[in-house]
Ligand binder design. Structure first.
Ligand code: KPL
Length: 322
């Protein structure tokens, strides 16, 4: 890989728009694959605005600087001009739906794929379907809220950790270091990790505690800490998840409970991604977050009643036609 890094971002939701906008501003070549033609047209005509929660001047990227392409053209256009990195920012549910489009051109391709989904299950599936790809998992606490197809609010700087899936050296891996440098020059805080499973399992518990409760009570993350009852409910979900990990032989740090409280404080004004999905009547990632903990519990023969309960509460919010 020589010259400037070229990145394809699949998904123009909150995180996709934030990454694309900040990377374009730092001079990285970005192609943004969107699910709707309307969003591509709006981005090309209006440009993209990134506003900041702290009232700093918004960043406005003119439409002429944005290459927005419909995802339905992926299998035809991507193989002609592949970039250095493919970054998947779509949610788990969408990822599973767009996999057929992705698989055509990618199945035999030796590409670098960075996956930013919450939850568990997608990496194993991608590895099976894309055996030639180098897969990297990322977990992020970056706060972003999409206000419209052309506007995103940067609701708080977080931390993004990246690790090579399947184990192995990430910290001194030149390809990963180059990506991290590119993201850092765009203003993101990035850590490379050789402990990809630890990183994903830690984030899984953070999401399994914060996301469903904020979605059920429709409150920003920080308000989870406002009453004893809420904190007790968080603790119950946390303890159950820790017991599941113990039963499955997954190591977790004692500081994890404090980390969860710290994430609530650090992102206190943010809506969790699950609350944002619920408020926009979108499918949530609960199946891949709490659902994957329940599946692990079942395999290990332990109970995960609180996680099953929050799944029913969140799924019950949607009235599906029978
Ligand atoms: O990852 C998040 C999410 O909302 O999905 C947290 C860390 C909970 C921040 O809101």
């Amino acid at each position: 890989m020589t010259g400037a890094v070229k990145i394809d971002i699949i998904g123009a939701g909150s995180l996709g728009l934030l990454l694309a906008g900040k990377l374009i501003c730092s001079g990285t070549s970005i192609r943004l694959w969107c699910r709707s033609d309307e969003q591509c047209a709006a981005l090309s005509e209006t440009g993209l605005t990134i506003s900041h929660i702290d009232g700093r001047q918004p960043i406005i990227i003119p439409g002429s600087e944005i290459e927005a392409v419909p995802i339905r053209e992926f299998s035809q256009r991507y193989p002609e001009t592949p970039g250095d990195w493919l970054v998947l920012t779509v949610k788990q549910g969408v990822l599973h739906r767009i996999l057929p489009e992705l698989l055509g051109p990618l199945r035999e391709t030796n590409l670098n794929l960075l996956c930013l989904q919450n939850g568990w299950g997608h990496m194993e599936l991608l590895q099976k379907l894309l055996p030639a790809a180098s897969l990297y998992a990322a977990v992020t606490t970056e706060g972003a809220k999409r206000e419209s197809p052309v506007r995103v609010v940067h609701a708080g700087g977080g931390q993004t950790s990246i690790g090579l899936w399947g184990g192995g050296e990430t910290v001194r891996n030149n390809v990963a270091v180059r990506l991290a440098d590119t993201l850092i020059s765009a203003g993101f805080s990035v850590l490379l990790s050789n402990e990809v499973n630890t990183m994903i399992f830690r984030k899984l518990v953070i999401n399994a505690v914060i996301n469903p409760l904020t979605a059920i009570w429709r409150i920003p993350n920080g308000e989870l800490l406002c009453t004893d009852l809420r904190v007790r409910m968080m603790r119950e979900l946390y303890e159950e998840a820790a017991a599941v990990y113990d039963a499955c032989g997954i190591s977790h740090e004692d500081s994890l409970w404090d980390d969860i409280l710290e994430v609530c404080r650090a992102t206190s004004g943010n809506h969790s991604s699950m609350l944002a999905d619920v408020l926009s009547s979108r499918e949530t990632e609960i199946r891949w977050i709490n659902g994957s903990l329940v599946a692990m519990a079942e395999r290990a023969g332990v109970d995960a009643a609180a996680h099953r309960w929050v799944i029913r509460m969140v799924e019950g919010m949607f009235v599906k036609e029978r």
